[in-house]
Write a protein that binds this ligand. Sequence first.
Ligand SMILES: [Fe+2]
Ligand SMILES: [Fe+2]
Length: 481
Amino acid sequence: MIEPAEFASRGEGQLRQGGRSLLLALYTALRSLKMYPLENATVQKALDDLDASARTLLQTEIELEIRMAGDFIFVNSTRLRVELDNYASFSHILAMLRAFEIGVLHIRSGMERREWQVFLSLLLSVSQQGEVDERLEVLQERLDAAKVAHLELERAQAEGGSSQESRHQAKRVFAEGVAVTRDMISGVRLGRGPRLKRVKRAVQLVVDQVLNNEMSMVGMTTVRDYDEYTFTHSVNVCIFSVALGRKLGFSKVQLYDLGMTALLHDVGKARVPAEILNKVGGLEDREWKFIQQHPWMGALTLFGMRAYEEIPYRSILVAHEHHMKMDLTGYPKTIRPRTLGVFSRIVAVADGFDAATTRRVYNTTPIEPDQVLKEMWDNPNRGYDRVVVKALINLIGVYPVGTCVILDTLEVGIVAAPNPDGQQLSRPLVCIAVDVDGAAVPLPGNQVSLMEKDDSGAYKRSIVKVTNPSKFGLTPGDYFV
Ligand SMILES: [Fe+2]
Ligand SMILES: [Fe+2]
């Protein structure tokens, strides 16, 4: 028998998968219609696919609601994850619908292939005409004239353009970071010289984005890509390190060096066989020994690249030192006492936090972010520099983004962002996910600031405790990218 919870998650999984195929089909149809005439076989096939994927979803759903909220696309309140492989198609669709200020598409049961064809042709022709705020009316009139009855369009709510703009920018910077890291690691594997100019440019983009809009960049570290762990991890460590360096008062030039160093910290992993890096389940002693060689293999690799004169010498030191721990109980073992360099201490903290909060092959259950911070702060055996851990707590708050919290109003929420003024770390912005009566608030939740006060001057809401989101059937990732 299927338990209700299991049933719900199964339905949601189907919707997520079906929603992704629908959007991909929509994108393909739009693109082919833009390039070829309607009669062309590619266009016809794309329309067939689009019609089929909508029909499949409409077998189980009464109506499909495709809603754009910021950079997210929801299909019937299931948020579709923007991942690197669907980034192009999602952003194309978002841009197209934005050109009309469309916020929601309602697709009703009975939607015909002919209606899709009319809709897409009109989207392409009308998007070039007139003023943005008039286009939606024009489109709507023409759809009515063509008797498109199963489709309804809703105008988007106005939203702050600048924050949306910076989220876009952050995504582009992140994607470029992942691309250069992938290129560099495969270059090292193949014994090819790295394209360091491109790596350097990518790092500069990260630094500039952290300086312009820190939270948009730090927010990107919650995008977890299972298959691309090694690359996304390096970019995440780069972002955290630069943001930490900034908190610690580094200059822009120092931040460039720190970012480069952080991005390269695990370059030695390129020399560890992929089957060991990606092994599911426990590692044998021999395999652990191999992994533990990555610091000095990284140092050697970078030493070999020094001829290019683009690598900060500290990168070599950080590749070598980042697992040593402050008390030198980590690896590789040192013969003489030494003090870790400040770059190594920063990268070690960024590395430890990202690794512990990420789900990956040999760590299938990620630990809750607040537990990770607490452990890094409380347990001296972890060997982190306390000043840097303090900076990390300041950066992401005592309640990191994604933490599930119970409030004194008995509402349950997911932490959406740290308190913007950085002072009151226990008063972040929270998405209310479960209301006072215990009822679920539809996604994307209702965002409130815990700084809000009532008429008597008392805080309206305060955090009582951190809880496990699964107790309330919540998935924190649903509230973010
Ligand atoms: Fe490492
Ligand atoms: Fe690492």
